[in-house]
Ligand binder design. Sequence first.
Ligand code: SF4
Length: 441
Amino acid sequence: MVSNLATRRRASIHTLGCRLNQAESLLLRDRLEAEGYEVVPFGEPADLGIINTCTVTRLAEAKARQVIRGFIRRNPRAFTAVIGCYSQMGARELAGIPGVDLIVGNQDKLAVLDHVRLGKLERPLILRDRIDRSDFSISFVGEKPCNQRANLKIQDGCDFMCSFCIIPMARGRARSREWENLLAEARSLVERGVRELVLTGVNLGTYASGGKNLADLVDAIDAIPGLRRVRISSIEPTTVPDGLLDRMADPAHRLQPFLHLPLQSGSDRILAAMRRKYCLDEYMDYARAAVARVPGLHLGTDLLTGFPGETEEDFGATYRVLREGPFASAHCFTYSEREGTPAVRMADTIPKSERNRRGALLRRLAADKKHAFHRAHLGREMGVLCENRDGELWPSYTSNYIRVVVPAAAAPGRDLANRIATVRLERVCADFTEGTLITPP
Ligand code: SF4
């Protein structure tokens, strides 16, 4: 147990993968501090290392192994705990890495500290319980001040069983966080300085607790005094609750005009093989209606290329839909086989080099789309939530998720951190936009 450890031991956490992992790592950081650890940046010497892993692609797993080995090399005497989706799915593989002490799957990951011991173990301890099907609460909420934006976990797991996706196996069936429990954390985060909450889960649109849905939840969060923004991280196309877009369109509501709606493919044939729940026309009708309904909406998507059977024509359809659709951003992934999913047994696999070629083409186009979205906003005056000063710049985001940097020289002696400033968007740079400060002067 932690109480066995000498006082002020140093701990560090490394987080790979999605926003849900980030939200869980924030809870763990709070718990480490409450238990007397000094939490240091990953890379500095530490007595305890926690690596929160992802399993969504082979690349994500390779990255995790690299991070784990690096930590152990730099800290050969530290207790090394590996948690999260890779621990759930690949515990045996992880146990083969010399120096790993503890492997905890998703069911118990937030209780990892209960299993940390003094000193290294001869053989790794593996805790990988069956993932609960029932809704959940999180018992620990921290007290330390927080940054401007925080991910808030509201849901976990997924029942959709898309044929390429390992997540239902890694994170279990869909379940929702208990209403009052999550609002208590939301209030605590706002009291500690958070100005923007990003609602996070695996399949957010399926959120349901005590007869309330995601739209009810954003209303309840909107009512928290001191909060300036609430954002939805990503939502499945068929699950957006009625009225959510109206809230985004309402300037008095703090729900931000940001809709990340994973499409995956522009080919109906491939969408069916992926077992997605819509066809292209349904998706695009909804997407266009959303852009028309919500002024300035940032429509983002996920695309997956190189799925078994994806012909050049199918790929062309995906490329075209990204080029011609009203997208502001796209995360473009190349398909990788995940053991345990139906897609690994499908015929007509695409050679890796071809997957990579298609992925690179989509990524280049996605960068152009992002530039075009940013360029369309040049000359506008917009509110941005400023983050901590970074050298001579104040980094920030607009409500519709344009990265804006403001030269600190424009506000000499002013501390803009955690404040909403008004800026004029002047110039598109690499993947951000430069802005001049309008208020505060
Ligand atoms: S909706 Fe599909 S892709 Fe998304 S987590 Fe669920 S199974 Fe995976």
